[in-house]
Design a protein around this ligand. Structure first.
Ligand code: ADP
Length: 480
């Protein structure tokens, strides 16, 4: 999973915020409840102390045993785990409750009376917190007695602790739900982006007529898709105009170039002109032929880009096509002193435009012969692998430098401009090969170690062999 993707970032933010909100709410609830419990305990203790004060005022302190009995009967401090103390104005203890039944604290450890109205908190070593209320009893100022009642906060804190545990569990659950829910939510919300990305990935200059999916969500994604589609439409129009211009220009140039070539050919054959002039005419004719080749190449690319190869389809046995084309080009190879060997499986059927596929073989083989020095060898291989037909042209010629490999299929690209030009190349041959392969839903790639030899591999989708071989006339026996 990409940690920087919008999915992960949004889900993480969602989880962090939700967890933070729950944590803050938990802390507020915990401390708010704790304060409420302490305040409530203080009020209760004060009320209890006032009631005990009334008993002291009523019974008096003359008979201390009676006072103790009365207070024990009414308030049962030991049984209820509370603290009760009556002190005189001088601080002397008149009555003090005994240790509680559960022995959770020792009343003797309580500090002397503050002899001031109010509540205070007292902490014991064991961590037990007591809320103690002190109220005056009896007339006079200062009053004759001070009554103190106290109660441990431990039971309340046990409840608080339980709440804390529940809050921690809730926090964990919320965190998990936030992460999982966040991922699902964000994935759902960003699904249109995935769809748009996948489609955009598919669109190249060759299929600009395709459009991105428009999610009918009425939100920013719908708006984005529509905007991008309008942009692709404009690009499509620009590309189309460009292609049309190249096609029209090359088409218009072909006729005058043919006329020019014809005229020059006639002139070169003219016996009345002097030899030096004929030689100059000859080199002009060569340039015109080169120009005608470039124009023809541009015209071919424009027609291929316009989908011409898609229109004229038939089953073609590439193995046989490669074999026969190699045979036709053997003379050229012999002239150059290059050996050509062909290893073709019996059948390698593809569906496509026969003449265009032949052009692929011619261009690749022509290059291999052209860029292989005398005495070298070219190996042609045709076969099928994994439902695809492959065709390889490997030579042990001059090779292609690594930096040039990715560019050899670009239009007008030549590795060594001067040398390529000498050999009549304009850098369009491989572009045409690539356009033809793409038009046939195939691929072409070049490999070379940069020093000796290169290998061009074409892969095309295979198709089943036809019932009758279309390249063999019906009256002749089928022969491979
Ligand atoms: P060109 O008409 O110049 O040969 P291509 O498009 O056919 O144009 O090839 C582009 C460039 O790729 C060539 O100029 C050449 O430098 C290089 N190239 C093509 N095929 C080979 C090969 N078999 N061996 C070495 N270089 C090659």
């Amino acid at each position: 999973m990409n940690a920087r993707s919008l999915h992960v970032r949004l889900a993480a933010w969602h989880a962090v915020w939700l967890a933070a909100v729950v944590a803050v709410a938990g802390v507020l609830v915990y401390f708010g409840l704790r304060q409420y419990l302490e305040e409530r305990a203080a009020i209760l203790q004060r009320q209890r102390a006032e009631r005990a004060g009334a008993v002291v005022a009523q019974v008096g302190t003359f008979d201390r045993q009676r006072l103790a009995d009365e207070l024990t009967t009414r308030f049962a401090p030991e049984a209820s785990g509370r603290f009760l103390r009556v002190s005189g104005a001088d601080g002397a203890v008149v009555y003090q409750s005994g240790p509680p039944h559960d022995q959770s604290f020792d009343p003797a450890e309580f500090p002397p009376s503050s002899r001031r109205t109010g509540t205070r908190r007292i902490w014991f070593a064991a961590g037990i917190e007591f809320v103690v209320a002190t109220v005056p009893s009896g007339p006079g100022n200062p009053p004759a007695y001070w009554v103190e009642t106290g109660e441990s906060m431990a039971p309340a804190f046990v409840e608080l602790h339980r709440l804390l545990v529940s809050l921690a569990i809730a926090f964990g659950v919320v965190a998990v739900v936030a992460v999982v829910g966040g991922i699902l939510l964000v994935r759902r919300a960003l699904a249109p982006v995935e769809a748009i990305t996948v489609s955009a990935e598919r669109i190249t200059s060759r299929n600009l007529s395709e459009r991105l999916p428009v999610p009918p969500t009425g939100d920013e994604f719908e708006h984005l898709s529509r905007t991008l589609n309008r942009m692709i439409e404009r690009l499509d129009e620009a590309f189309l105009n460009n292609r049309r211009f190249v096609a029209d220009a090359s088409h218009e140039l072909r006729t005058p170039l043919t006329v020019l070539r014809g005229e020059l050919e006639n002139l070169v054959q003219e016996t009345r002109i002097d030899p030096e002039f004929r030689e100059r005419l000859g080199s002009t004719l060569e340039e015109v032929e080169r120009l005608a080749g470039i124009v023809q190449g541009l015209f071919d690319i424009a027609r291929l880009d316009a989908g011409e190869a898609r229109a004229q389809r038939s089953e073609v046995n590439l193995a046989r096509l490669v074999g026969s084309t190699a045979e036709q080009m053997l003379l050229l190879a012999e002239d150059k002193g290059v050996r050509v060997q062909c290893q073709a499986s019996k059948d390698a059927w593809v569906e496509g435009d026969r003449s265009r596929l032949k052009q692929v073989v011619v261009n690749l083989l022509d290059n291999a012969i052209k860029y292989t020095p005398r005495g070298g060898a070219v190996l042609l291989r045709v076969g099928t692998a994994a439902g695809r037909v492959f065709f390889e042209v490997a030579d042990d010629g001059i090779g292609i430098p690594a930096a040039a490999l990715p560019r050899v299929f670009d239009r007008f690209y030549r590795v060594d401009k001067a040398r390529s030009r000498d050999q009549g190349g304009a850098g369009l041959g491989l572009s045409i090969v690539k356009s033809i392969c793409t038009a046939h839903a195939g691929t072409v790639e070049a490999r070379s170690d940069g020093r000796v030899g290169s290998c061009f591999r074409v892969e095309l989708p295979s198709c089943p062999a036809p019932e009758t071989d279309p390249s063999i006339p019906a009256h002749r026996p089928r022969k491979e």
